[in-house]
Design a protein around this ligand. Structure first.
Ligand SMILES: Nc1ncnc2c1ncn2[C@@H]1O[C@H](COP(=O)(O)OP(=O)(O)OP(=O)(O)O)[C@@H](O)[C@H]1O
Length: 257
């Protein structure tokens, strides 16, 4: 087991964003986190990366309790995420964006950043080489020197994944990676996430694109109003009455809004 979420609750003032949610993810799985808008999915990512601490509960990663430890230490331990809204450095090239992601793993300290030692030059060459390899993996070999803002939307999303991979995660958290993508871009994303899994990286994905979730994920957890509604294989989830009702309910709400 790579990640264990035990009885996590999170309150924001009077709002219970998560109530007593527990689940575990096995090493090498692609695990889906789904649920209607406001169900608590992003809050769960924020708990795992400790952007905010949970109100109660415990999170264990690779056998170690990580609840409450600093976000940068969580990255160092091997958890990395992308965000719902793209957070690239728009005027930096694709290559530079990925190299920045690799710096959390870089061994060179403050002193050696001032005085460029041979060791630091070697380190930079290593970061560069691994960034180029990651850009190839995500299908951006042609855009290495292009500023992030001049890449297409689908390319920017893939660049974000390359940047997250640069920190060499064991667990990659993807927050709605297919949002705003067309069908071809979504197909490319499917292939990319499968390639990430083939590298031995565990993936936890929040996604609203149900056909993608159903063909991509090994197991799925459904949240509704901050509570666990169901957990199982894509087939279990598709046939679960409570899940179908939760989704139909949210569609009706949207239509009447
Ligand atoms: N920082 C915050 N402060 C106050 N309330 C918050 C905060 N973050 C989330 N919430 C509330 O917690 C609940 C869960 O929100 P969350 O963003 O986790 O849902 P979600 O499932 O990711 O939704 P979506 O699919 O729309 O992104 C919502 O009621 C939201 O308004």
């Amino acid at each position: 087991m790579v990640l264990k979420i035990k009885s996590i609750s999170k309150n924001f003032g009077g709002i219970s964003a998560l109530t007593d949610v527990s689940f575990s993810i096995e090493e090498g799985e692609i695990f889906g986190l789904i649920g209607p808008n406001g169900a608590g999915k992003t809050t769960m990512f924020n708990m795992i990366t400790n952007l905010f601490p949970p109100s109660s509960g415990e999170i264990t990663f690779a056998g170690e309790i990580i609840t409450g430890i600093k976000p940068h230490l969580i990255t160092e331990k091997g958890i990395c995420r992308t965000f719902q809204n793209i957070r690239l450095f728009p005027q930096m090239s694709a290559l530079e964006n990925v190299m920045v992601g690799g710096h959390s793993r870089s061994k060179s300290g403050v002193f050696s950043s001032v005085i460029r030692t041979k060791a630091q030059r070697n380190e930079e060459a290593r970061l560069r080489g691994s960034a180029i390899e990651l850009l190839e993996l995500v299908g951006l070999s042609d855009g290495i020197g292009t500023e992030a803002e001049n890449l297409s939307y689908g390319q920017q999303r893939r660049l974000e994944i390359a940047r997250a991979l640069a920190s060499k995660p064991k667990l990659l958290l993807l927050d709605e990676p297919a949002a705003g993508m067309n069908e071809t871009e979504t197909d490319d994303l499917f292939d990319l996430i499968k390639k990430v899994q083939a590298r031995g990286i565990t993936v936890l994905i929040i996604e609203h694109d149900m056909p993608l979730v159903m063909k991509l994920c090994d197991r799925i957890l459904v949240l509704n109003f901050g509570k666990k509604l169901a957990e199982g294989t894509p087939k279990d989830i598709q046939n679960n009455k409570a899940v179908i009702e939760a989704y139909l309910g949210s569609e009706e709400d949207e239509q009447s809004a």
